[in-house]
Structures are given as structure tokens and as C-alpha cells.
Design a protein around this ligand. Structure first.
Ligand code: FES
Length: 212
């Protein structure tokens, strides 16, 4: 009977092996590094430690280190993840940690991908178009229940990990035919805004038609 992989405990310092994908659009390979992991470290800390001590030219993208900016998306042990939110003590302690770039987008270098396609898609979606103000002072009246309905859809940080797990984009590379989950959610957020008057349903139907 197989047992669950052991993870690091919170109070131990240990050496862990990494395999980090290095290369560019012309090709590349995994390179092995050994990193001293101390309690509380996340995968992004380990990548920074590799940069500082062993591979100054290792490219990775990050900004907030708090799960807010969506910059540090990568694949960790084959799973699309934020490097800054993946604690080392959640990974199997006796196994090599694989870190590679998102597969749904073109490689720029090492762990950095070109996600600009997403911004082009966003430009094609009709923007917010509010109804005329409800009140003489130019303001609108909205109800809390309407605000809360759309709130969940607005929490997206555009890390594009959902695009990376979408097999239409990741495996079939049908970026010309499908906008991916991020932009279905983005459209939903606009459609659910109680002030918005635009109709984007026809646009989505056209995309689905194109998929057939
Ligand atoms: S560095 Fe901002 S989400 Fe990871």
C-alpha cells in the first residue's frame, strides 16, 4: 500500500534538490541545483537563492511575493502554481522539486513566458458601459446584494494559471479560437455589474461557434 509523501517539518533546515528549466524559445533543458531550505521558505525563495548563489542569469518574474500580483506563475512538480505561495513544507521532502515555465504560453527565457496574448484578448472584450446616472448629482444607486454577486469574479489577479491548466490552450494551443477561462470570468464580472448596459453574450456565442 502506498503512503502519502512526507513533507518537511516546520523547524528543520535541509538540503533539497531542484530541477529548474533553463532555456529560451530555441530550446532548453532542466538544470539541477541543490538548495539549503530553511523553515518558512516558499519555492520563490529557493529560486531567488539559486539566482543569488549559483545562477545569476536565471530569469524569473515576480513582484509582490504575497500572492497578489500574479507574476510568479510557473509549474511546480507539474502543477500550475504561484511560486510565492507554494511553501516548501508542503512538497515531498525527499523528492526533487521540478520548476518549469507555464506551458500554455511562449517561452521568453527560463521561467518567464510571454503572456501578452492575454492582454490582446482583453482588448477585444467590450468594456464597462454604465447606464445614465440614477441621481441628479451624477451618482448611481446600487444594492449591496448586487455588489456582492460580482465580487468573487473581481478577485482574479491575472496570474493566468487557469489559462495554463486549460487543455484547449495548454495542449492544443488553440489561442486563435478560444479565450480561456480567465476571460469568461472577466466577461461574467462585467455582465453581472448592475450598472453595465453592454451585451457581450453574442461575442461569447461567436467564440463557441468558432470552436465547433
Ligand atoms: S510574486 Fe506576486 S503573486 Fe507571486
Amino acid at each position: 500500500m502506498s503512503s502519502a509523501p512526507q513533507t518537511t517539518t516546520t523547524n528543520e533546515t535541509r538540503m533539497m534538490n531542484f530541477r529548474v528549466w533553463r532555456g529560451d524559445a530555441n530550446g532548453g533543458a532542466f538544470v539541477e541545483y541543490s538548495v539549503e531550505v530553511t523553515p518558512g521558505m516558499v519555492v520563490l525563495d529557493c529560486i531567488h537563492k539559486i539566482q543569488a548563489e549559483q545562477a545569476q542569469d536565471l530569469a524569473c518574474r515576480w513582484n509582490c511575493k504575497a500572492g497578489k500580483c500574479g507574476s510568479c506563475s510557473a509549474e511546480i512538480n507539474g502543477k500550475p502554481s504561484l511560486m510565492c505561495m507554494t511553501r516548501m513544507d508542503t512538497l515531498p521532502k525527499d523528492e526533487t522539486v521540478m520548476v518549469e515555465p507555464m506551458q500554455a504560453f511562449p517561452i521568453l527565457r527560463d521561467l518567464v513566458t510571454d503572456v501578452s496574448w492575454n492582454y490582446e484578448v482583453k482588448k477585444k472584450i467590450k468594456p464597462f458601459k454604465p447606464r445614465a446616472p440614477d441621481n441628479a448629482d451624477g451618482t448611481w444607486t446600487t444594492y449591496q446584494v448586487d455588489v456582492e454577486r460580482a465580487q468573487e469574479f473581481r478577485k482574479c489577479i491575472e496570474c493566468f494559471l487557469c489559462q495554463d491548466v486549460c487543455h484547449v490552450l495548454r495542449d492544443h494551443h488553440k489561442h486563435d479560437e478560444f479565450i480561456g477561462p480567465r476571460f469568461l470570468v472577466f466577461t461574467a464580472a462585467l455582465e453581472m455589474n448592475p450598472l453595465d448596459t453592454e451585451d457581450r453574450i453574442a461575442d461569447l456565442k461567436a467564440i463557441i461557434e468558432k470552436m465547433k
